[in-house]
Write a protein of this length. Structure first.
Length: 125
C-alpha cells in the first residue's frame, strides 16, 4: 500500500527489500498518458478531502457500469480507448470526459451507435 500523502511505497523489512526501477525520465520513450516518475509530474501531496462528483461524472460512471453489465464494453476497452486519445486532447480533458470519449469511440467502432446518432445526441445537449 502506498502512503497517499507522499505517494511513496511503505518501508519494507530489510529481508524483503524491493528492487525498484530508477525513476523514469522524460527521455525514456513512453506513451503520453504514462506520467509516473516523470519529473514534471512527480507526486505532490494528494488532496484527501472528500469531494462531490458532478451529475455528469455520475452519469458517465453509470453508463460505463451498464455497458459492462450488458457485456457491451469492458473496463480494458475503456482503458485502451483512454490511452488512444491524442496527447493534446488527453491533457485537456478531465477524468470523466476521457471516459466518455473512450465510451463513444468504442460504441462507434463496435457499430452500437452511428456517427449520425452521436451527432444528433450531441446536438440535443
Amino acid at each position: 500500500m502506498y502512503d497517499l500523502m507522499t505517494c511513496c511505497p511503505p518501508a519494507l523489512p530489510h529481508h524483503r527489500k524491493a528492487h525498484y526501477a530508477p525513476p523514469m525520465d522524460k527521455d525514456v520513450p513512453r506513451s503520453h498518458h504514462d506520467l509516473g516518475g516523470v519529473s514534471k509530474f512527480l507526486c505532490e501531496p494528494v488532496d484527501v478531502e472528500p469531494h462531490a462528483l458532478t451529475d455528469f461524472d455520475k452519469e458517465v460512471d453509470a453508463l460505463r457500469a451498464i455497458l459492462g453489465m450488458k457485456r457491451v464494453m469492458t473496463v480494458d476497452e475503456l482503458r485502451r480507448g483512454i490511452e488512444a486519445i491524442p496527447e493534446a486532447e488527453y491533457h485537456r480533458l478531465s477524468y470523466y470526459r476521457r471516459w466518455i470519449r473512450s465510451i463513444a469511440d468504442n460504441l462507434l467502432v463496435k457499430g452500437v451507435i452511428t456517427e449520425a446518432e452521436l451527432r444528433a445526441a450531441l446536438d440535443r445537449v
